[in-house]
Design a protein around this ligand. Structure first.
Ligand SMILES: *[C@@H]1O[C@H](CO)[C@@H](O)[C@H](O)[C@H]1NC(C)=O
Ligand SMILES: *[C@@H]1O[C@H](CO)[C@@H](O)[C@H](O)[C@H]1NC(C)=O
Ligand SMILES: *[C@@H]1O[C@H](CO)[C@@H](O)[C@H](O)[C@H]1NC(C)=O
Ligand SMILES: *[C@@H]1O[C@H](CO)[C@@H](O)[C@H](O)[C@H]1NC(C)=O
Length: 361
């Protein structure tokens, strides 16, 4: 060991005795290097890939990218265009004209009639299953204190029903008993309801609400022996109620709601309509406008959507593929043109800066 200023240098045997290593650090490093035999590493002769980008090579690389990306982009766009989606915003429409200036009081008044009927026109034939989503805008389910306000242990097993410390302030009922399910997420459960019927013959369309939650939630995360207790019992009601005789593992709306969204605009599955809807048909939606998004200017939308192989409607992927493909195609064509119009000998030394111009030497 040799102390050099603050640094401690561990030197191999033999170096310490090197006359060059006088305790001055750079000298000692040189001594270390000199003590090693010549190798490919010290001589910087390790094998390396040094591709020569000839015009043909570059043009064919761009062409291959274009040929692969453009068809994928077209297929993605067609898949996305196959999806039929109907969106209806209703949070303002469903406020009676008399209450338009005091929306918050109206929505918090439990005696007011919250029923509301809206129409949705089907633009194109929709094949079953038709997914029904509700969409909220400006709702920050990703807030740190909101996301953490839950108790996964409590949701999983009735043995942990008193494990509510992570759920403050929605952890204990006024009497002192634990709230099950506890926490702000469960407390703010979405509670608008929808029912659908065809306008032409007033025939109702059943909404299947089974199978909307993730399988892993039903089987592992929400217990079969956990029943709601003291839920929404406090002074201020945050959202929907739960049926106390149904275990959490079958409360699919709660499971969907508790998969918190990452962005302030999100859709959550409400159910599925399992019949086809024809083009130009009008659907009457009878809805209960219960949920308070008026305090924070949130929007509420109802969405009916089919799916294709690509999933829901999303043009972004197709456009991204097409853009990259098109840019590569343009570059390939550009380089080809340059190559034929103004060709240049490869590795021509006259282009080197010191071979160019009169003042060169
Ligand atoms: C939870 O606490 C209540 C009262 O504080 C008690 O009656 C109940 O047995 C406890 N539950 C469990 C699973 O320990
Ligand atoms: C449609 O049917 C519902 C019950 O299914 C009934 O209450 C309502 O009055 C009917 N509407 C019309 C326009 O027939
Ligand atoms: C629905 O949720 C709101 C809060 O957003 C609450 O004030 C209202 O009482 C709830 N209504 C029902 C029927 O659960
Ligand atoms: C739907 O309505 C449009 C315009 O009103 C019409 O051109 C079209 O043929 C209709 N489609 C069906 C399937 O009735």
């Amino acid at each position: 060991m040799e102390a050099v200023g603050q640094a401690i240098l561990v030197l191999p045997e033999g170096i310490q005795s090197d006359p060059n290593c006088s305790g001055y650090l750079p000298d000692c490093f040189i001594a270390v290097l000199q003590s090693k035999p010549d190798s490919k590493f010290t001589q910087q002769e390790l094998p390396a890939c040094k591709p020569i980008l000839t015009p043909k090579w570059v043009v064919s690389a761009f062409m291959i990218i274009a040929i692969v990306f453009i068809p994928i982009g077209i297929a993605c766009l067609l898949g996305s265009r196959d999806v039929v989606e109907v969106v209806e915003r209703y949070e303002t429409k469903c406020i009676p004209a008399a209450n338009i200036n005091n929306k918050v009081q109206y929505i918090q008044n439990s005696d007011a009639n919250k029923n509301c009927t809206i129409q949705m026109k089907i633009p194109k034939r929709m094949k079953k299953p038709i997914y029904v989503y509700y969409q909220l805008d400006n709702f920050y389910q990703n807030h740190r204190r909101y996301v953490k306000s839950r108790s996964d242990k409590q949701l999983k097993s009735s043995k942990n029903e008193n494990d509510t410390s992570s759920c403050k302030p929605e952890n204990l009922a006024t009497g002192g008993g634990a709230i099950v399910p506890c926490g702000l997420i469960a407390w703010s459960l979405f509670n608008d309801t929808y029912s659908f019927s065809l306008q032409k013959n007033n025939q109702s369309l059943a909404v299947n609400k089974k199978g909307i939650a993730w399988k892993s939630d039903k089987q592992k995360r929400f217990g079969k022996d956990v029943y709601p207790k003291n839920f929404q019992g406090g002074g201020l009601k945050g959202g929907g109620d739960l049926n106390v005789s149904v275990p959490l593992s079958e409360q699919e709306d709660l499971m969907v709601w508790m998969r918190t969204a990452a962005l302030p605009t999100f859709r959550k599955l409400y159910g599925k309509i399992e019949v086809d809807l024809e083009a130009n048909e009008t659907i009457n939606v009878t809805l209960q406008n219960n949920y308070n998004t008026y305090s924070f200017n949130g929007k509420k939308k109802l969405v009916l959507s089919t799916t294709s192989w690509i999933g829901g409607r999303n043009d972004f992927l197709g456009i991204a593929y097409l853009t990259v493909g098109m840019i590569c195609l343009a570059l390939a064509i550009g380089f080809t043109v340059v190559y034929f119009v103004k060709p240049r000998r490869l590795g021509d030394p006259t282009f080197l800066s010191w071979n160019r111009g009169p003042g060169s030497h």
